[in-house]
Design a protein around this ligand. Structure first.
Ligand code: PHE
Length: 453
């Protein structure tokens, strides 16, 4: 493979542009919506610790591997796996890895978009002053009556999917780079502000100790799986999003340093979200285990009562929608790039088709919150099933295969050359993690869940 190979979809203008885009993909609803509610459901501190360990020992090495695979081939994940399998003279079954990722992307976006639709609706609610002076009970019933309405959810899901389609059809590296450049820092500052507000409440200490005090008796086997799955979900790993962004990365950029920066930012945003939200949860007398509605039932209480709350409320939900958008486009980009490369479609046609499929799939999640809330498969609503299937199974399995492929199947001189780490020691550490630690950790968690361990 020559170093001159370039992606036909274009290239990031710089290392910084890649950092922005990959951070845009990583930081999203996963950090601000999902992390707090799963932490709440799984008892707090011990769960957070397992999640942090998973990011460090599994997430970061696999993120380096996934970026490397994309950059080496400069193609969409499906073709990446075809080309690299050939280069490594490996078994053709490795091709399925690319396909599995694209399918996972569709499934995830189908529910991601519904929740991003909630956030969009909350921009309007914040704007019209619905939170003003409201007490926790009023805020909770506002949320409950909102999700009980399929028509409203369909409307906002459609708005969000249309926006995704519009951006993806224009190509990821034009508007996106510009948008993420000021959105990410703004989101960060706003999260700090919310933490500052949380500090003024009487429940600040209780909230923080919920997040960090270790009580392993509260952690179940499924909680460990959820923590690991979330490490993949939050870093956008295991389905090709980071791989496709890696394929647009210029050759001379150091992958490992870049990945540390992205994973660090992502983790910081999640922790800030937790520190901001749990004090408000306790202050409002809410349950940490309230489920997917947690941030929508807590943050409006804060906005409704703080000075400048109208402004910060609108700003927060606007930023949340943008953070979700910069993630959603990375969920669909592998499919779109594949259609453009292999099916001879224009970007526009490819975006329309893939977004249409996702939009339709999203109805399953919408109805899980209202008319089909009693319809359960394996004791889960469609939303819960999709979430479990993708975050807890498909992404870790994808990540496991990426680790094995990068560590055991690819030729060592290829990975060494592609990563071009600053010194031999760093490369050896990565190699040890990717060959042994990351795959073994994923495997052990699975064994633990099925009860073998
Ligand atoms: N990382 C995103 C988030 O935390 C979600 C995502 C998952 C994006 C997988 C791309 C791929 O919100």
């Amino acid at each position: 493979m020559t170093d001159l190979k370039k992606s036909i979809h274009g290239e990031w203008s710089s290392r910084f542009a890649f950092i922005l885009a990959a951070t845009g993909s990583a930081v999203g609803l996963g950090n601000i919506w999902k992390f707090p509610y799963i932490t709440g459901e799984n008892g707090g501190g011990a769960f957070v610790l397992v999640y942090l360990l998973c990011v460090l020992l599994i997430g970061i090495p696999i993120m380096i591997a996934e970026t490397m695979l994309g950059r080496r081939s400069r193609l969409n994940p499906i073709n990446t796996m075809i080309v690299l399998t050939e280069e490594a003279e490996a078994d053709k079954n490795w091709h399925y890895l690319g396909w599995r990722g694209v399918i996972a992307g569709f499934f995830i976006l189908s529910y991601y978009s519904v929740v991003a639709g909630w956030a969009s609706a909350y921009v309007l609610k914040a704007f019209t002053g619905s939170f003003f002076g409201a007490d926790p009970t009023a805020i909770k019933s506002l949320f409950d009556s909102f999700v009980a309405s399929p028509v409203q959810l369909i409307f906002w899901h459609s708005v969000f999917m249309a926006a995704t389609m519009w951006i993806v059809s224009r190509g990821v590296n034009s508007g996106l780079e510009q948008a993420v450049r000021f959105l990410m820092p703004s989101l960060f500052i706003l999260m700090m502000l919310l933490v500052a507000y949380a500090m003024t409440t009487d429940s600040y200490e209780r909230g923080v100790s919920f997040m960090f005090a270790l009580d392993f008796s509260k952690l179940t086997a499924n909680g460990v799986l959820t923590a690991m799955g979330h490490a993949f979900f939050t870093l956008s790993l295991g389905m090709g999003a980071i791989m496709i962004y890696g394929s647009y990365l210029p050759k001379n950029v150091s992958i490992s340093q870049t990945v540390f920066l992205i994973a660090g930012t992502d983790t910081a945003v999640a922790l800030l979200a937790g520190i901001a939200i749990f004090p408000i949860v306790f202050e409002s007398g809410l349950e940490p285990a309230a489920g997917p509605g947690l941030i929508f039932q807590t943050l409006p209480v804060a906005f409704g009562n703080m000075t400048g709350g109208w402004f910060f409320g609108v700003l927060f939900f606007v930023l949340l929608v943008f953070a979700a958008l910069s993630s959603s486009i990375s969920l669909i980009e592998p499919a779109v790039a594949w259609m453009v490369e292999n099916k001879d479609m224009s970007r526009k046609e490819a975006s329309i088709w893939s977004c249409l499929v996702t939009w339709l799939l999203g109805f399953g999640t919408i109805f899980s919150f209202n008319i089909w809330s009693d319809f359960k498969i394996f004791d889960r609503t469609i939303f819960q099933l999709l979430d479990y299937l993708t975050a807890n199974l498909m992404l870790p399995i994808g990540g496991f295969c990426i680790a094995v492929f990068a560590g055991w199947i690819m030729k060592q001189h290829h990975t060494e050359h592609e990563l071009a780490m600053p010194n031999a020691f760093s490369y050896q550490v990565w190699q040890f993690l990717i060959c042994y630690v990351s795959p073994a950790a994923v495997f052990l968690v699975f064994l633990h869940v099925v009860g073998v361990l």
